[in-house]
Design a binder for this molecule. Structure first.
Ligand code: ATP
Length: 350
């Protein structure tokens, strides 16, 4: 592993003397050039964690270090403007009466007028806003405003960029293209970033690694593929997408399930909770033979354009199964489900 750029170590923060902490013992690293995401539901402490890293909030305990320099600890606090960290706010926070050029140039200080102008033009070119440099923010589309905020945040060449739900006010189509453009720019410039989002698809497609948060704690950190396919807890499995939970007995890494004998990822032996994603169940005609797999009936279908999600009843339980768009089965058909893979997860507590 390379040396981390950013280290967040055991950070805890509460608001108000008798209130429980909002962020609890959160620790993670971000590596040079890496795009990281903090994913979790509203109110779980993502923004607070980001604001502590930026220096807008001070943690109660724990340390933040970047490039081997302590930025915040119990007895040290470097102010935001001295941290070398850029921030893109959810609402972009542009100055309404400054034009695009002035908004972007604002992000760069302590340089000559000439350097400031040249770097501003360079960054405006990067985000394709050179023709709109004289416009005021309210004359721009949401996507253009987003690019102004991004340009302002990267103009001073931060080592780390913090992005707080920056795509949430864009409509669906624009959100995806803007996300791709921002990612390409960050990669080209070698800027590390932390994205905060509650949208799992956004975190999975934008980040190289992500941390899934639950009520102030980090439940799991890993690549998108790992947290999606090998969730450690039922909470992570459920938050990352649709899944089927079943209780089964695991022996030597295999379990007998209503979908036949299946290999189980994870540590479990004995009685365990398994998570099986809808796309990890295969649907066959009911006369297909498969050892131990029981017959079920399709009781619901949701067409999603590129695929279907079916609801199948087996022994009185409902399971979600994903198939291609050209699935031959209809509601009411008898089918057999086969599990391709399963993962054991820690059940939710409380
Ligand atoms: P969202 O996506 O809704 O912004 P989040 O996961 O980013 O959620 P935070 O914004 O970190 O969550 O907020 C976590 C909790 O801390 C919320 O209940 C919020 O009301 C509370 N909180 C945040 N900032 C403060 C503050 N300055 N004073 C008091 N409570 C605060």
């Amino acid at each position: 592993m390379p040396t981390p750029l950013l280290t967040v170590n055991s950070v805890t923060k509460g608001f108000g003397a008798n209130q429980p902490p909002i962020v609890k013992e959160v620790s993670f690293n971000v590596y040079p050039g890496e795009i990281f995401a903090l994913l979790g539901p509203s109110g779980c402490g993502k923004t607070t964690t980001l604001r502590i890293i930026a220096g807008f909030e001070r943690a109660d305990t724990g340390t933040i270090a970047m490039d081997k320099q302590i930025l915040a600890s119990d007895d040290l606090y470097i102010p935001p403007e001295s941290r070398g960290i850029g921030f893109v706010f959810q609402d972009y926070a542009l100055f309404p009466h400054k034009n695009v050029f002035e908004n972007v140039a604002f992000g760069l200080r302590k340089v000559t007028k000439k350097e400031r102008r040249e770097r501003t033009l360079e960054v405006l070119r990067m985000v394709d806003l050179i023709d709109l440099q004289s416009g005021l923010p309210h004359h721009l589309s949401g996507g253009e405003q987003q690019r102004v905020a991004l340009a302002r945040a990267i103009i001073a060449r931060p080592k780390l960029l913090l992005l707080d739900e920056p795509f949430s006010s864009l409509d669906q189509g624009l959100r995806q293209t803007t996300r791709e453009e921002v990612r390409t720019l960050l990669k080209a410039e070698g800027i590390s970033a932390i994205l905060v989002t509650h949208a799992q698809e956004e975190a999975l497609s934008f980040a190289e690694r992500l941390g899934v948060m639950k009520a102030g704690t980090l439940e799991q950190v890993g690549t998108p593929e790992t947290v999606y396919h090998q969730p450690k807890t039922a909470y992570v499995a459920d938050f990352l997408g649709q899944t089927n939970f079943i209780e089964a007995h695991v022996q030597n890494g295999f379990a007998q399930t209503p979908f036949g004998r299946v290999k189980v990822d994870g540590e479990a032996e004995g009685n365990a909770l398994l998570s099986i994603r809808p796309e990890c169940l295969k649907m066959l005609a009911s006369d297909a033979w498969s050892s131990g797999a029981r017959t079920g009936r399709i009781v619901g279908q949701a067409f999603k354009g590129h695929n279907y999600t079916h609801r199948v009843e087996v022994d009185g339980q409902h399971y979600l199964v994903q198939t291609d768009y050209n699935c031959p089965f209809q509601i009411g058909d008898l089918v057999v489900l086969i599990a391709v893979s399963a993962v054991s997860v820690t059940p939710e507590t409380g």
